[in-house]
Write a protein that binds this ligand. Structure first.
Ligand code: ADP
Ligand code: MG
Length: 281
């Protein structure tokens, strides 16, 4: 039976028909996260389907980065569970009870997720090729040749196969961010989190990075969580847009629903800040 979208939402089924019947690749179950007394994630339920592209928008400080870092195992949830690729991420079961997973489990699960940050953290003393081959060699144990071949493929994909021998200091911000994307792709993650990857770039360099992300998105199979302030990009690329504020998901929908027919005043006022932004940066 075909459920209406609203019914799907309410019943927790796949949010879009395209993903109906698939198991989510990521599932946040009533996640909270506090830093000391400050609760920054206040009970988030979120499913991401294989191949689905979610754009996450919202004001600064609303917890977007923290949600990504929880999946990347850089932060531990205060309560709730996260499922990744059919397994619990932070927990294992022991005699019917959930206990915190050990480092070995976390390490294995971490390999399923790639995250790219606002500030490219390339290793400055390594050339482009070594930046990209390092993790496949040390974490996946690939041979030098295998890692090299994979790295070259990914650097070609981001348009930088000419820059293998170059050091990060000789690259533009846009090129550095493209290396960072290649470095994440080379690990062949099932899910990629892009955390405001163009926010630190000069405006003229934003386009080349978004173009690369768009191409990766078009290939289809990888699930992507795109935290972004680039509204046009979100509208073009995302299957679903999520608006978060103060640690909660306030509203979600198709790009059309969110950008043309939003329901909450909060989202309306947030989006109002971007009107005219494209023509007047
Ligand atoms: N390591 C940390 N220690 C204390 N507070 C933090 C830490 N990381 C994030 N926060 C706080 O959590 C809130 C959410 O941050 P963040 O997830 O970075 O939001 P966003 O990415 O939406 O801007 C902010 O108030 C931020 O100051
Ligand atoms: Mg952030």
């Amino acid at each position: 039976m075909q459920l209406e979208k609203q019914e799907m939402l309410e019943s927790g089924e796949a949010w879009s028909e395209r993903f109906a019947g698939l198991e989510p690749i990521v599932k946040y179950n009533n996640i909270t996260k506090s830093f000391g007394d400050l609760e920054v994630i206040k009970g988030v339920d979120l499913e991401l389907y294989p191949g689905e592209k979610i754009a996450m928008i919202g004001p600064s400080g609303s917890g977007k980065t923290t949600l990504g870092r929880l999946l990347m195992t850089l932060e531990e949830p205060t309560s709730g569970t996260i499922e990744l690729d059919g397994e619990l991420l932070w927990h294992t079961e022991d005699k019917g009870k959930l206990i915190r997973a050990g480092e070995k489990h976390l390490h294995r699960m971490r390999g399923k997720v790639g995250m790219i940050f606002q500030h490219f953290n390339l290793f400055p003393h390594m050339n482009v090729l070594r930046n990209v081959t390092m993790a496949p060699r040390s974490v996946l144990g690939l041979s030098k040749e295998e890692a090299h071949d994979r790295a070259v493929t990914m650097l070609r994909k981001v348009g930088l196969e000419e820059k293998l021998d170059v050091y990060p200091s000789q690259l533009s911000g846009g090129q550095k961010q493209r290396v960072a994307i290649a470095r994440a792709l080379v690990m062949q993650p099932k899910v990629m989190v892009f955390d405001e990857v163009t926010s630190a770039l000069d405006p003229e360099l934003v386009g080349e990075v978004l173009e690369v992300i768009r191409e990766i998105a078009d290939e289809g199979e990888m699930a992507m969580l795109l935290i972004t302030h680039e509204m046009e990009f979100a509208r073009d690329v995302a299957d679903r847009v999520i608006f978060g504020a103060e640690g909660r998901i306030v509203e979600q929908g198709t790009p059309e629903q969110i950008f043309e027919n939003c329901q909450s005043e909060r989202l309306q006022s947030f989006l109002g800040r971007f009107v005219g932004a494209a023509s007047n940066p």
